[in-house]
Design a protein around this ligand. Structure first.
Ligand SMILES: NC(=O)c1ccc[n+]([C@@H]2O[C@H](COP(=O)([O-])OP(=O)(O)OC[C@H]3O[C@@H](n4cnc5c(N)ncnc54)[C@H](O)[C@@H]3O)[C@@H](O)[C@H]2O)c1
Length: 467
C-alpha cells in the first residue's frame, strides 16, 4: 500500500519505519526541514541525534528504497493521487494555562492543507478512495472535526478512522513490531478493510490483539489507558513511597517484593521516582479531566494524579532544606540525567526541567549537567541569551567532569549506568556531600555511603544522615 505520514516525530517515524518494514511504500512529510534532513540521511549517527530509539535508524536504512522524508509539500501533492492511507501524527499538546484543553492548532493547520489538496487529487475527480487516520492522541470526538474540515473543502471519497498509538518511548521499535494491541476505530466496513491491509502484518498474529471499535471508543481507550498507567505510577509515588519515607524500618525494595507478588497488583509502574514525565501521561490525564469537566462531570480524581506528580517533584527538592539543612544558595550542584527516562533523548516534561528552575530560583552558584543522550534537547530550554540566570548551567561529557568540585548531586534519570555512580562519587566527591537520589539508583549502597559520611535524600527513603 502507499502510505503518507503527516508529522515525522516520535510517533510518525517509528510507525512509518514499521510500515515500510512490513512491505508498504511510505512518504513522510514534516515542516521541520532539519529533522527531515537528519531522518532521511541514511546515517545512523545523524538519525539518532534527532530521534534516539533502539533499532529505528537500522530499520530506516534497511528499507531506504521504500521510504522518503520530505519537507516539500509538492511531493505530498503528487503522492495524493495514489495514496491509500494518511496517518496524522501531529503534536496535540496541552493549551498553555488551559487546564488540559488540547491545543489542536498543529492538527487543524495540517488537516486544512491536506483537505485543500485532497480535493484536487486525480485531476479534481477524487477517484481514489483514501483513509485519513488520526494517530495523534486527540479528544474523543475528534473524528467529527476531521470530517468537518474535509467536507468544508469539498473532499469526497474518503473515510476517517481513529488508530491511537500505544508505543512506549525508549522501546518504540520493539513495541511497534510486537505491539500488545492494534486498535482501529471506524464507522465503515470499507475503512476497516483498508486498515486490515495496512496492518496485515499483525492481523493474524496469535500474540497481538487486533481490536475494532467505533472512533470514539478508540480515542477514549487511548486517553484512559494513559490515565490508568499514570495513576498507577503516581499512586506508587504518593502512597507507597510516602509510607517508606515515613517509616525508617520499611525498605522500598522489600515492600515492592511483598506487593508485586500478588498478580492482581502486578509489577508494572511499581517504582519510585522524582517525577512521571514524558510527552503523554500528563497531557492525556489533563485532557481527560478537561473533557469530563466540559460535559459537567467532576474530574477531581483524575486531577489528583497531576497534583500528586507535581508534589512528588517539589517535595523531593524541598527535602534538602527541610531534612538536611542544605541551602542551595551559591552551591555547586551536579545533575545526573535530564532525559525524562532512560533510553531516550526526549526531555518533554522531564522532572529535571523544574528541578533546574527551582535551583536557579534558589540562587544556586553552578549547575553541572551530564546526560548520555539528552543534553542537546535540554539546552534549548535553558538558553542564557533569553535569561541570563541560566549562565550558571554548563554541560559535560562524563559523570566525572560534571561531579568534579560539586557539593551535592541529584540523580534524575534512571540511565542504567548510574547504578555504579557511587564509585565515581566516592572518587571525586568525598564526604561531607549530599546525594539526592531521585530514582533509587544507589539504594543498594545507601548503608555503605552513609558509613562513609554521605548524607542521602532519596525518593522512597527517610533522610539518611552520614555517619
Ligand atoms: N511520543 C509518544 O510516546 C507518543 C505515544 C503515543 C501517542 N503520542 C501522540 O502522538 C502525537 C504525536 O506525538 P509525537 O511524540 O510524535 O510528537 P513530535 O513532536 O515528536 O512530532 C510531531 C511532528 O509533527 C511536525 N509538525 C508540526 N506541524 C506540522 C504540520 N503542519 N505538517 C507536518 N508536520 C508537522 C513537527 O515538526 C514534529 O516533527 C501526539 O498527539 C502525541 O500525544 C505520542
Amino acid at each position: 500500500m502507499k502510505i503518507l505520514y503527516i508529522g515525522s516525530g516520535y510517533v510518525g517515524t517509528c510507525s512509518a519505519a514499521v510500515m515500510v518494514d512490513s512491505g508498504h511504500d511510505v512518504l513522510l512529510y514534516d515542516v521541520d526541514k532539519e529533522k527531515v534532513k537528519k531522518l532521511g540521511s541514511n546515517n545512523i549517527e545523524m538519525i539518532e541525534s534527532c530521534l534516539l530509539e533502539e533499532g529505528l535508524a537500522e530499520m530506516l536504512i534497511k528499507n531506504k528504497d521504500h521510504i522518503l522524508f520530505t519537507a516539500d509539500y509538492d511531493q505530498v501533492i503528487k503522492y495524493l493521487d495514489t495514496v491509500d492511507a494518511i496517518f496524522m501524527c501531529l503534536p496535540t499538546p496541552e493549551k498553555e494555562g488551559a487546564e488540559g484543553e488540547s491545543d489542536l492548532t498543529y492538527y487543524y493547520l495540517a488537516a486544512e492543507k491536506l483537505a485543500q489538496n485532497l480535493v484536487k487529487r486525480n485531476n479534481n475527480t477524487q477517484s481514489k478512495y483514501v483513509v485519513i487516520i488520526n494517530k495523534s492522541t486527540v479528544p474523543v470526538n475528534m473524528i467529527e472535526e476531521t470530517n468537518r474540515v474535509m467536507t468544508k473543502y469539498g473532499v469526497n471519497n474518503f473515510g476517517v478512522v481513529s488508530n491511537p498509538e500505544f508505543l512506549v518511548e525508549g522501546k518504540a521499535i520493539e513495541g511497534s513490531v510486537h505491539p500488545d494491541r492494534v486498535v482501529v476505530g471506524g464507522n465503515k466496513e470499507e475503512d476497516f478493510k483498508i486498515m486490515r491491509q495496512v496492518y496485515a502484518r499483525f492481523l493474524n498474529s496469535p500474540s497481538i490483539k487486533y481490536i475494532e471499535t467505533n472512533p470514539q471508543e478508540a480515542a477514549a481507550g487511548k486517553l484512559l489507558a494513559n490515565y490508568l498507567l499514570f495513576n498507577r505510577v503516581t499512586t506508587t509515588f504518593d502512597v507507597v513511597g510516602r509510607v517508606c519515607e515515613s517509616f525508617p524500618q520499611i525498605n522500598f525494595e522489600n515492600l515492592r517484593k511483598v506487593l508485586i507478588s500478588d498478580d492482581r497488583i502486578g509489577s508494572w509502574g511499581f517504582y519510585d521516582s522524582v517525577y512521571c514525565g514524558g510527552s503523554c501521561f500528563i497531557k492525556d490525564a489533563a485532557s481527560l479531566a478537561h473533557q469530563l469537566e466540559e460535559v459537567g462531570v467532576n474530574a477531581g480524581y483524575v486531577r489528583q494524579t497531576l497534583v500528586s506528580n507535581n508534589f512528588q517533584r517539589d517535595n523531593f527538592f524541598s527535602r534538602a532544606k527541610k531534612e538536611a539543612n542544605f541551602d542551595w544558595s551559591k552551591k555547586s550542584v551536579a545533575i545526573m540525567g535530564v532525559a525524562f527516562k532512560q533510553d531516550t533523548n526526549d526531555v518533554r516534561n522531564s522532572g529535571a526541567i523544574d528541578i533546574v528552575r527551582h535551583l536557579v530560583d534558589e540562587g544556586v552558584g553552578e549547575i553541572k549537567i551530564y546526560d548520555p543522550a539528552a543534553m542537546p534537547m535540554f539546552k534549548h530550554l535553558f538558553d542564557p541569551a533569553k535569561d541570563s540566570r541560566y549562565d550558571v548551567i554548563s554541560y559535560f561529557d562524563s559523570e566525572k567532569e560534571a561531579l568534579s568540585g560539586t557539593e551535592a548531586c541529584m540523580i534524575l534519570t534512571d540511565w542504567p549506568k548510574f547504578r555504579a555512580l557511587d564509585e565515581v562519587i566516592k572518587l571525586i566527591c568525598p564526604a561531607p556531600y549530599l546525594i539526592m537520589d531521585g530514582r533509587r539508583m544507589l539504594a543498594a549502597r545507601f548503608d555503605e555511603l552513609q558509613n562513609l559520611g554521605y548524607d542521602i535524600i532519596s525518593v522512597g527513603s527517610p533522610f539518611i544522615k552520614g555517619k
